[in-house]
Design a protein around this ligand. Structure first.
Ligand code: KG4
Ligand code: ZN
Length: 333
């Protein structure tokens, strides 16, 4: 029997310090997340400099815990896979430099991972059999990309947001409605008590394009919230419900069209907004083929997904040098 391959993933692109050990690309042995959400909540969003400092404090204990919880020692680790972009540059540097230090000290291969690729590979941790080509919708706090994946690490971007990301829209609308950070879960909760039929908010279809736009929707919510467009008997919950419905409608309709055009057997969801219950339910109802999405804990930022993506790169022979640098705007394809 072959010896198992253990990848140590390290993630620090935004406000979660995370380290994870994955066996053979698909089994999560540990996934430790030191969240900074409570710290940033007071500011209504992530403060980059504060995030970097918290990563510095958390990175070493988080990596040590990931190994302990996985029940392995350093000699069992085959590869170190850190996120090197996209993300906050100061935050990325902390995880990347920790990974480089480990790779150098222990003479281990270093495999840099794109954070968005990590979100996609969270789907490989579900146990589902994934068949190429597949269409993947990545919806996070900073990105909204519709991607055709033709093989491991092979991507074609079909469309992306022209302004705000879907998660960013959730966060901004939550702020407008006086809800906390992060906005997505808060909007989802409030929307459950609202009636979306009381307010019709706009949808940016952008013709035949697979691109997205959410800034007009956000402005429309702002107008309603400021009372510039008086709506009788409207509650904040109704606005939240109508907003969520508008975002989900556009995401599902464009993803369905792409799935049909490229004749894929399955659709993958990825990123923090993939945790949204209405998005999952409407995808399941409308897409007309299996929709795979990660468990809630693997939708938002975590190192298990980074290690999973790193495993497939490692197996394909890909290696990064110790001169690997962090890239705030690293593209997926
Ligand atoms: O992927 P992620 O953890 O971080 C980035 O890479 O950006 O995504 C965070 C985003 C935030 O904008 C958050 O509001 C959103 O995901 N989010 C949700 C939900 N849970 C998290 N959006 C809608 N519904 C949710 N349940
Ligand atoms: Zn993310």
């Amino acid at each position: 029997m072959n010896r198992p391959v253990h990848v140590l993933g390290i993630e620090s692109s935004c406000d979660e310090t995370s380290a994870a050990v994955i066996r053979d690309g698909r089994v999560v042995l540990s996934n430790v997340i030191a969240s900074q959400v409570d710290i940033h909540e007071a500011f209504g969003g992530v403060v980059p400099e504060v995030a970097s400092r918290q990563h510095v404090l958390a990175i070493v204990p988080t990596i040590k815990r990931a190994l302990t919880q996985a029940g392995i020692t350093w000699s069992d680790v085959d590869c170190v896979a850190p996120t090197y972009g996209p993300g906050l540059i100061g935050a990325l540097l902390v995880g990347l430099n920790a990974a480089k230090g480990i790779a150098f000290a222990r003479d281990l291969p270093l495999v840099g991972v794109n954070h968005l690729e990590g979100h996609i590979y969270a789907n490989w941790l579900t146990g589902a059999e994934i068949v190429f080509p597949t269409v993947c919708l990545i919806v996070s706090g900073a990105h909204t990309d519709l991607v055709l994946m033709t093989g491991h690490n092979a991507y074609r971007i079909l469309g992306r947001t022209r302004d705000d990301a879907a998660g960013e829209a959730f966060d901004k609308v939550a702020r407008i409605l006086g809800l906390g950070y992060p906005g997505g879960p808060a909007i989802q909760k409030l929307a459950a008590q609202g009636d979306s039929t009381k307010l019709k908010l706009p949808r940016a279809w952008l013709g035949d394009s697979y691109d997205f736009s959410f800034s007009g929707l956000k402005t429309a919510v702002l107008r309603v919230a400021e009372g510039l467009v008086p709506e009788a008997g409207l509650t904040r919950a109704d606005v939240a419900a109508s907003f969520q419905e508008s975002v989900v409608d556009v995401l599902v309709t464009k993803t369905k069209r792409a799935a049909e055009e490229f004749g894929v057997q399955q659709v993958l969801l990825a990123g923090g907004v993939a945790a949204n219950a209405m998005l999952r339910a409407e995808m399941d109802r409308q897409i007309g083929r299996p929709v795979i999405y990660p468990p809630l804990s693997l939708c938002t930022d975590n190192a298990a997904m980074i290690a999973a993506a790193g495993y497939y790169r490692y197996q394909s022979g890909y290696r990064s040098g110790l001169d690997l640098d962090a890239h705030a705007n690293l593209p997926l394809a």
